[in-house]
Structures are given as C-alpha cells and as structure tokens.
Design a protein around this ligand. Structure first.
Ligand code: FAD
Length: 523
C-alpha cells in the first residue's frame, strides 16, 4: 500500500498548482483525475477534424500568465514546455450599426477609436488607465490574499495610506458597484460602456448586479496595460507543463481514476477510494479540487459534516450555464465592421446593455435567449499552428444559458432537454454571427457543440454548465466563497481541504486557490 503526504482529487489547473508547490516542498503527492486527460476546464482537443486544435473551455490564459503561481514557477514551467502567444488586439465588441470598438495594447490606437465616439470618453479612458497603474497593485494583492486574513487587512490598510481617503473610497466603491452604475459614472458612449460591460457576462453579472463592475474594469484596464495571452498550440500548454513539472518533482498524476469516496476515520480524512476499488492513503491532507456539491453528501457521507454546513453547500448557487461551439473554418469571419477585426483574440457579440439584461433575465427564467450573448474567440489569428496552413478554428462561447430549459423566449425551439435542443440553438448562434459577419456559415467546415449538460458531463464541477463553479455574486465571493466561515480551504473534517474555482479567489486560470492552499499547508 502506497501512502502519500497529500492526495489531490481533480487534476484541474488548481489541483496541479497545489501539487507542484507541495511536491517542490518535498511532499509526496498523488493527483487523481476521473477523466482520461488532466486539465479539467483547460483542455485542447481535436474536436472537429484532425489537425484542428480547439480549446474545449478556457482559451484566454492572461490570468495564469499574471498569477503568483506563474511568477514563482514560470521558469520551471517554461523548461517543461509552457509557452504563450501574446495578443496585441485583445477584445472588441461589434454593434448593430455594423461598427466595432476594441482594445489594443497600443494606447493611441484604442484612444483614437474611443475618441471617434467621444473625446470626453477618450480622456476618461486614459485617466482611468493612469489611476489603474496606482490601484492595480493593491487590487491584485487583495485578490491574491487568503480571505479573510491579516495580509488582506494589511493590503486594505496600505491601499488607504497610499491612495488617500477619496481615491480609496472610489476603489472600495468599485468592488460593490454594478457594471451600469460604474460605467455610467465614468463614460458617455453607449458603445464603450457595452464593450466593457460584456465582461460582466463572463462571470455572473448582468448590467445591474452589484459587484459586477470589478471584472469589466480589470479586464479592460489589464488588457490595455498588459495585453492578453493564449497558449502556444493550445491552452493545455499550462497543463502539460504543470504535469511535467509535477512528475519531475516526484509527484504522480493518475488519470481515469475517479474517486468514489473520501475515506475518514474518527473524523479525520485518511485517503480516497476509487470507483474501481483501489485505495490510496494520505498522511497530511486530502485536497478536493472540486465543486463542494460533489464532495459533501457525495464523496463524504452527510453525517461526516455538520448539518448547517451541509445546508450551506446545498444553497451554494451555480452561475448560469454556458455552451461551447467549436468550428473548423476555411477562413476567419469577414466582420462587417472591418478586416481589422480578424486580428482580435475575442470579438464580443453583446451589443448593448438592454440585450445583456434581457439575455440574463431569460436564462434565469429557464428560457433559451432570443439573442444570445457571444464571445467569439479567434485563436488561429494569433497562433496559426493550431490549424492546417491557411485554415482556422473559431471558439464560440455562448454566455448565460439556462441549465434546464423551460421554454424558448423566441418561441421556436420546442425541445426541452439540451441533448435535443443544442443543435437548433447552435444554429441560432451561427445565424447571429452571420448578421455581423455575412458569409461565415459558408466558411464552416465542421462543428461540435457542447451544451451546458455536455460541459457538466465532461467535467462534473461545471454544474448545469456553469463555467464558474458557483456564482461570483457578492454573497458568494470574497470571504463568503464557497460558504461564510469556510473560505480558507480547511473543511470541517480534519485533514480535508477544498480548493478550486468554487473557492476564493474563484474561477479563471489564475491557479489562485491551489497555490494559496499549498502555501498554507507547506508553511
Ligand atoms: C466554457 C468555459 C470557458 C472558460 N474560459 C476561460 C478563459 O478563457 N479564461 C479563464 O481564465 N478561465 C476560463 N474559464 C474558467 C476556468 O477554466 C476554470 O475556472 C478553471 O479552469 C477551473 O480550474 P480548477 O482546477 O479549479 O477545476 P476544474 O478545471 O473544474 O477541474 C476539476 C477536475 O476534477 C475532476 N473530477 C471531478 N470529479 C472527480 C472525481 N470524483 N474524481 C476525480 N476527479 C474528479 C474533473 O474531471 C476535473 O478535471 C472557462 C471555463 C469554462 C467552463
């Protein structure tokens, strides 16, 4: 019988980050993964045709590139093949009148595009960017601190002292503002506001939801200041590099190894039992890099944890569902707004606040939205090696969909289960792209569609296709993530820890929770 220091359940990037750090500190680590390949929501696969590599879920690796984990292990990971491709033209939105607005790392270019809409807004954008250079270190320190913690309190105190009361209050207000409230307070152009607000939909924030301003602000300013990166050859570059580094440090990643039960004895987590009956034991820690809804009352008996805790887990709300449509293409879309749009990593089709509010309300009511909100990723514009010469892949993410379908807001699709509805809904999505880029349909060679249900089948932590592993609205974020009182990864069973997107600092490829937890354990 092999005994490890730590067993990590789930080889998503957070689990791997935890494994790399613990193994680097001399711990004997086993990572068990149910799927045939490691990576969780970060996988690159030939989903349509041979030679066409598609990022199944995450495509944008800026969070990983800017993370504390990457800062610590970047050189080691590079030695194991980690490689990024930077995007100069990061994201753009297209509008109903055939125009577009985008952010390029060339400030003069972005400013000129904004100035064409409003000189005042161009000046406000530059002023916001200048303020960002002062506030970003405090914000990123807060987002990278355990929550709650003395270091988080110190960060807040330092921000107050460095910025002064007025600017500190403005920053504090940003944390709780809604996208619309914040954007109306800073800009006059509806197009600029819509371009930024679209980022709210990447999380769980329609324009009027409190706490939703932060992500649009951070993405807009960070893309302007630092740009965006994707993985060379695919987002899985981070997974290949982390698994390689973990093995080099003596760790083991076991794929096709679904954990069926966490073994406890006298209230202490001892190890795991796989679905095939194999058992592995851990001396110091069992780490579940999973949505808590998969752990408590599932891998652990309900009686193992207090009732109030179990109720909290039950109440942990998923965000809305997502759908992924992967296309192999003969050419990139010919955007009506201009050929320059072919250079952008992301093109958002979410042209105004009204449709963002509507799509969110429809999805929350269980309806297939009439006009879906789309993120059209063009990875081969930056990294042509992902497709055969001259060909392309398109990564289309449909944000904000119902997990269970009660109806179609357009009154057209009659199916009420995702397996029957997904192709018809994907047709609606392609039709919408066609209105902003006529002729796109003719360029499609093949497509695969992952409905919210398919995403959950692929990775059970994405409940109802929720790409966030739990809503990030204020009552489930910061020191309330995943539950009030349980935001520091330690769970109510001794030696059992929870990390992953469902825990602070939440979803994305920033490896935050895995690294924070591993640092706490190895201290
Ligand atoms: C469609 C989509 C698009 C996204 N786009 C982006 C993006 O562009 N940029 C970005 O920064 N973020 C993006 N995200 C979010 C980001 O990818 C995730 O938040 C992040 O990858 C989660 O990593 P994790 O390690 O916490 O968990 P996960 O990646 O969810 O890993 C959990 C793992 O646990 C495994 N597992 C589950 N049950 C068991 C079991 N019983 N036994 C063993 N293993 C088990 C699963 O198979 C999975 O591999 C996207 C997410 C989705 C779904």
């Amino acid at each position: 019988m092999t005994t490890y220091d730590a067993i990590i359940v789930g080889a998503g990037h957070n689990g791997l980050a935890a494994g790399v750090h613990l193994a680097s500190r001399g711990w004997k680590v086993l990572v068990t993964e149910a799927a045939a390949t490691a990576g969780g929501a970060v996988k690159t696969l030939e989903l349509t045709e041979p030679g066409f590599r598609h990022d199944l879920a995450a495509m944008n690796l800026s969070m990983f590139a800017g993370s504390a984990f990457h800062k610590t292990y970047g050189a080691d990971l590079a030695a194991h093949g980690l490689s990024f491709v930077p995007a100069k033209h990061c994201f753009a939105s297209v509008f109903r009148d055939g125009s577009a607005l985008g952010v390029s790392t060339d400030l003069a270019e972005t400013s000129a595009a904004i100035a064409a809409l409003s000189q005042t807004d161009a000046a406000a954008w530059q002023a916001m960017l200048k303020e960002f250079s002062d506030t970003a270190p405090h914000l990123f320190a807060l987002l990278g601190a355990p929550m709650p913690s003395l270091s988080a309190v110190r960060t807040v105190w330092r921000a107050w002292r460095a910025l002064g009361t007025t600017r500190f209050y403005a920053l504090a207000r940003l944390l709780v503002a809604s996208p619309r409230g914040f954007l109306d307070g800073h800009f006059e152009s509806d197009k600029l506001k819509a371009m930024m607000a679209a980022w709210g939909l990447h999380l769980d924030f329609a324009p009027d939801i409190s706490g939703g301003a932060l992500f649009p602000y951070l993405e807009s300013m960070a893309n302007q200041a630092f740009g965006m990166v994707i993985g060379k050859g695919g987002a899985d570059t981070i997974i290949t590099a982390m698994t390689g580094l973990l093995s080099a440090r003596g760790g083991t990643v076991l794929t096709g190894a679904k954990v069926a039960r966490i073994i406890t004895e006298n209230g202490v987590a001892q190890g795991v039992e796989l679905a095939d009956g194999r058992r592995f034991y851990a001396r110091k820690a069992v780490i579940a890099n999973l949505n808590p809804k998969l752990v408590f009352g599932k891998l652990l008996a309900e009686s193992a944890t207090p009732q109030a805790f179990n109720r909290g887990v039950e109440d942990f709300r998923p965000g809305p569902g997502a759908m992924m449509i992967h296309l192999s293409m003969d050419a990139l879309p010919d955007w009506t707004a201009g050929a320059h749009l072919k250079h952008y990593a992301y093109v958002h089709i979410a042209p105004d606040m009204q449709m963002m509010s509507r799509v969110y309300a429809e999805a929350k009511d269980g309806l297939l939205p009439v006009e879906p909100a789309l993120v059209v990723g063009q990875p081969t514009a930056l990294d042509p090696g992902r497709a055969p010469e001259g060909k392309h892949v398109l990564w289309v993410q449909v944000r904000v969909l119902p997990a269970q379908i009660r109806g179609d807001a357009a009154g057209i699709i009659t199916a009420r289960d995702w397996d029957s509805a997904k192709e018809a809904y994907a047709d609606r999505v392609i039709e919408l792209i066609e209105t902003y880029a006529p002729g796109t349909r003719q360029k499609i060679r093949a497509r695969t569609v992952h409905s919210p249900l398919d995403l959950e089948r692929e990775n059970p932590s994405l409940i109802g296709g929720d790409s966030l592993s739990g809503s990030h609205q204020l009552d489930q974020n910061f020191l309330f993530r995943p539950l009030p009182g349980w935001s520091r990864y330690k769970m109510p069973v001794k030696n059992l820890y929870l990390c992953g997107a469902a825990t602070w600092p939440g979803a994305g490829t920033g490896a935050g929770s895995g690294f924070l937890l591993a640092k706490m354990l190895a201290r």
